[in-house]
Design a protein around this ligand. Structure first.
Ligand code: UDX
Length: 476
């Protein structure tokens, strides 16, 4: 089928290449001419495992191309909308201006061409993939009604697994105005996803509003799970408990499940933080703000993790960060990505810099993006080199490369007496302490760094005996 993908940022480019892989004839459009040129040459503008092969296959077979010209889209049967909906600078709400302006261009081009969606007299179908506030799809549908039909088909892909999540998703969700399996839009999208549907992937057909809510609810739930375990991490820090063990044991209960219970520096990226904020803003507009008021706390717990690392850094460096050499391992918001949007690791690096520390950041993929955001930080490609003479090392993104670092080799590189904060709970505390490091991990702190909470006397004994069992840092 001939189709377009409007907006070839991260989501759109992966979607376009994946649709070509499914055998469709795909044209991707974007206003960014440099991005379009790069994609046409088979060069990926971002790091995503598996995407480069898909892109070059599509380009070389002629089933995938990119353009800036709306006239190239007018004979497409389906138009996927894959535009960003970032947080507005002055509020929690989602900015829908990219979608609005793309739709204006598309409908203008369709009208100018007298387009009928593939020449068979049928109307073009616009399929929204972006994450939008509930109620948006119906408004947009009314807006484009003179030129096209519109349905919503939210995308659940994770960065780092984007190709896999697009071609083998957990489920497909269709939102149609009629909330009806027999709606003609359903048959068209089934044709698009035939190869996926035939593998037995569940496909749910709902109303427009429900499909929008599925996406924001999924992200709100994931964020809640992460902040829940990070809240428990705070309590662990105050009591000598170990959050990784709490997560292991509660996650063994099938009703809870072990995924998304990794305590640490919290969530970041282009989706979870802005999506929970936009959800709160939309709920307030709908006078149901109280229903999702808990998300404010989810956001606050998440941000507190970054502040906790900053406080720990101050404690480790005798209260004064000025002039201290700190190395931050990680700039991407998560491993296997070069995305630094709302990256907890990079945020911590920047906060340390603002307090006067000499911060060196290293990351296997995200240095160019990080440098664009914070040119004032020092960036070093090689992570061992980045650690030379550091007084404090913070592991902020759990890349395999950092997990595999040798505690004994790195011990010889850093300043004598250096400490490490494992802010993602991926290193083996015993091995690092045995190598001479002063080692801390979020949610399983060494006793001297627990929160200064007033404990009731009946509790103090229990905690003291527990603390005795925690391995003590080996003096460097
Ligand atoms: C997320 C959703 O997972 C995806 O379905 C949606 O389409 C877009 O948003 P993504 O932002 O790519 O995907 O990353 P994800 O893997 O969900 O991780 C989000 C953040 O949570 C990362 O910063 C990650 O480090 C953090 N995280 C994840 C944790 O801190 N602990 C966990 O247990 C899991």
């Amino acid at each position: 089928m001939k189709m377009s993908v409007i907006g070839v940022g991260y989501l759109g480019a992966v979607h376009a290449a994946s649709m070509a892989k499914l055998g469709h004839d795909v044209v991707g459009i974007d206003i960014d001419a440099d991005r379009v040129a790069a994609l046409n040459e088979g060069r990926s503008p971002f790091f995503e495992p598996g995407f480069d092969e898909l892109l070059s296959d599509g380009i070389s077979s002629g089933t995938l191309r990119f353009t800036t010209d709306w006239a190239d889209l007018t004979d497409c049967r389906v138009h996927f909308l894959a535009l960003g909906t970032p947080q507005k600078p002055d509020s929690n709400s989602a900015d829908l201006s990219y979608i609005q302006s793309a739709l204006a261009s598309l409908t203008g081009a369709l009208a100018a061409a007298g387009a009928s969606g593939g020449g068979d007299g049928s109307r073009p179908l616009i399929v929204g993939k972006s994450t939008v506030p509930v109620g948006t799809a119906r408004k947009l549908r009314d807006q484009v009604a003179d030129h096209a039909d519109l349905m919503w088909n939210p995308e659940f892909l994770r960065e780092g697994f984007a190709v896999q999540d697009t071609l083998t998703p957990d489920r497909l969700v269709y939102g149609v105005a009629a909330d009806d399996e027999t709606a003609p839009e359903v048959a068209i999208l089934d044709e698009v996803y035939r190869a996926i549907i035939d593998t037995g992937v569940p496909r749910f057909v709902y109303g427009l509003e429900t499909s929008e809510l599925v996406k924001v609810s999924a992200n709100a739930f994931l964020a809640t799970k992460i902040s829940f375990i990070n809240a428990i991490a705070e309590v662990c820090e105050a009591t000598g408990g170990d959050v990784t063990q709490v997560a292991e044991a509660i996650g063994a209960d099938e009703r809870i499940g072990s995924k998304f219970l990794r305590a640490g520096l919290g969530f970041g990226g282009g989706c979870l933080p802005k999506d929970i904020r936009a959800f709160m803003a939309r709920a307030e507009e709908l006078n149901v703000g109280e229903a999702v008021g808990f998300l404010r706390e989810i956001d606050a717990i998440n941000i507190r993790r970054r502040e906790r690392v900053l406080n720990l850094a101050r404690l480790e460096l005798q209260g004064d960060l000025a002039g201290k050499r700190v190395t931050v391992l990680g700039a991407a918001f998560k491993p296997n990505s070069d995305d630094t949007r709302d990256s907890p690791a990079l945020d911590v690096a920047h906060m340390l810099h603002r307090e006067g520390a000499k911060v060196t950041v290293t990351d296997p993929q995200a240095i160019p993006n990080a440098r664009r955001r914070f040119p004032e930080l020092t960036y070093v490609e090689n992570c061992e080199e980045a650690m030379i003479d550091a007084e404090l090392v913070i592991l902020g993104t759990e890349w395999a490369r950092f997990r595999e670092l040798s505690p004994t080799v790195t011990m010889r590189l850093v300043h004598p007496g250096a400490s490490i904060i494992d802010a993602r709970n991926v290193l083996d505390p015993a091995a690092w302490r045995a190598a001479g490091w002063v080692f801390h991990a979020l949610g399983r702190m060494s006793p001297q760094h627990s929160f200064p909470v007033q404990q009731p006397s009946w509790m103090a004994d229990g905690c003291r005996s527990q603390k005795k069992r925690v391995a003590q840092p080996v003096a460097a």
